[in-house]
Ligand binder design. Structure first.
Ligand SMILES: *[C@@H]1O[C@H](CO)[C@@H](O)[C@H](O)[C@H]1NC(C)=O
Ligand SMILES: *[C@@H]1O[C@H](CO)[C@@H](O)[C@H](O)[C@H]1NC(C)=O
Ligand SMILES: *[C@@H]1O[C@H](CO)[C@@H](O)[C@H](O)[C@H]1NC(C)=O
Length: 420
């Protein structure tokens, strides 16, 4: 409210200022009005932002200042963008039409061919395909919360300059062969919250093979059951969060030598096969929070992960960790193991001559059997190079004498076996 009030006051001031200038110099009058007046009912914020969104307009105002760089026209009953309606806006960089009532045929060919327009947002519109009338120089395109079902082979043929593409929250269930091939400059793809299954991507796998610049792909909350085989080797961030992948196969990521983060949280991962992460030497973050991992963590589970700093394994079903399982994680600083099915752990598992960087350990909410075999870990709580977090939440399930007791109310000497 205050902002729009102020903007009206400013507009009046600039008009009366311009009137003065008119008296002094006719040329200045034109320039000043053109670049500073704000079309009603929009709100303008210098430098160059014009907010006509959510104002109820059904047509784009024809007196938008020519120095406009960012124009918001969304959340309005605008049904068409005519060729003439934006042509004066030679400085326009970004057009946000999200929530406008646009569909196939709504944008007249040429209407968006402006010399500076590189960023277009058509989210929440009624399009069911990628329009062919977008700027060919476009580097940023968003079409979120829409009705896309299929990405067609020629969807992006006209847009080889796209760097950032966000197609989240559509109903995409099919990516036709070669659809992403033109996107040689793309670095970031968001295609989360769609309906992608294993059958959605072309076979033989080549959906992304031509994307030479891609560094981040986000597949979150689709219905994929396997990891993709043809992710380009330049990828740095890969997100399979919330999918239906149950097994991570041996050597499944072997070519992704540049990968830095890999996330599977809130998924259905049950089994990590030996050597699954082989080759991921640059990975620093690996996240399995809230999966269903029940496979034993073996000496070969984490082979190849020499740079991982943070490993999230919390909220899983892990009950067995082989003594050398964590040794390949030479750089690991924090390990999240809370809310699993661990009842005991051998001292070798956390051997700090292998885990030299370990500084933070979460182990609460496991059914710990607090007998003499686990005493060493309670001792570590008092003096270890790493901090065991939340001791009041680390509760013993047994033996009966200490069941229900938290580790901050027990001493190491309370961890005893029958014969003691
Ligand atoms: C217009 O869009 C901007 C940027 O997204 C937003 O902050 C603003 O609240 C919107 N205005 C209206 C009236 O919806
Ligand atoms: C762990 O396994 C049990 C028994 O199979 C199952 O009932 C439970 O839902 C699983 N929990 C998780 C987090 O996977
Ligand atoms: C796993 O590694 C530990 C420590 O190096 C070793 O003692 C153990 O025998 C290994 N286990 C297997 C099954 O190879």
């Amino acid at each position: 409210m205050n902002d729009s009030f102020n903007s009206k006051v400013k507009t009046q001031r600039s008009v009366s200022m311009s009137t003065l200038l008119l008296i002094v110099c006719g040329v200045w009058w034109t320039v000043t009005v053109d670049s500073q007046s704000c079309p009603s009912p929009c709100y303008c914020r210098p430098p160059g932002q014009v907010f006509c969104n959510g104002t109820g307009i059904s047509e784009i105002p024809d007196n938008i200042p020519t120095d406009t760089k960012i124009l918001y026209i969304g959340d309005n009953p605008i049904h068409e963008i005519k060729k003439g309606s934006l042509l004066k806006l030679v400085n326009l960089n970004a057009l946000d039409a999200s929530g406008a009532r646009l569909k196939e045929g709504s944008i007249e060919p040429g209407a968006l061919d402006l010399p500076s327009l590189t960023d277009v947002d058509l989210s929440m519109t009624d399009y069911t395909t990628i329009p062919k009338v977008l700027p060919k120089i476009m580097d940023t395109f968003r079409m979120m919360q829409g009705n896309l079902k299929t990405i067609q082979s020629d969807s992006f043929n006209l847009y080889p300059k796209i760097v950032y593409l966000d197609l989240s929250n559509n109903e995409i269930s099919k990516i036709q062969p070669g659809a992403f091939d033109p996107l040689v400059a793309m670095t970031t793809l968001y295609i989360g919250f769609n309906k992608l299954t294993d059958a959605s991507v072309p076979w033989p796998p080549n959906a992304f093979s031509k994307c030479r610049s891609i560094n981040s792909i986000d597949f979150r909350f689709n219905q994929m059951q396997s990891i993709l085989n043809d992710i380009p080797t330049c990828i740095q961030h890969l997100c399979y969060v919330g999918n239906q992948i149950k097994t991570l196969p041996s050597f499944g990521f072997k070519d992704l030598v540049n990968l830095q983060t890999l996330a599977f949280w809130q998924g259905q991962v049950e089994t990590i096969e030996d050597n699954a992460f082989h080759g991921l030497d640059k990975l620093t973050l690996l996240d399995f929070m809230q999966d269903h991992i029940k496979s034993t963590l073996t000496n070969n589970t984490f082979v190849g992960l020499s740079s991982v700093d943070t490993l999230y394994l919390d909220l899983n079903n892990i009950s067995h960790i082989e003594p050398g399982a964590l040794y390949p994680l030479k750089s690991m600083g924090s390990l999240w193991l809370q809310s699993n099915q661990l009842s005991t752990l051998k001292p070798e598992v956390l051997d700090t001559s292998h885990l030299t960087k370990l500084n933070t350990l979460f182990i609460d909410s496991n059914p710990w059997n607090c007998d003499c075999n686990l005493r060493w870990l309670r001792e570590k709580m008092d003096h270890a190079p790493y901090v065991i977090q939340d001791p009041h939440l680390i509760v013993c399930s047994g033996p009966p004498k200490v069941a229900g007791k938290a580790w901050d109310e027990l001493k190491p000497s309370d961890f005893v076996c029958n014969e003691e």
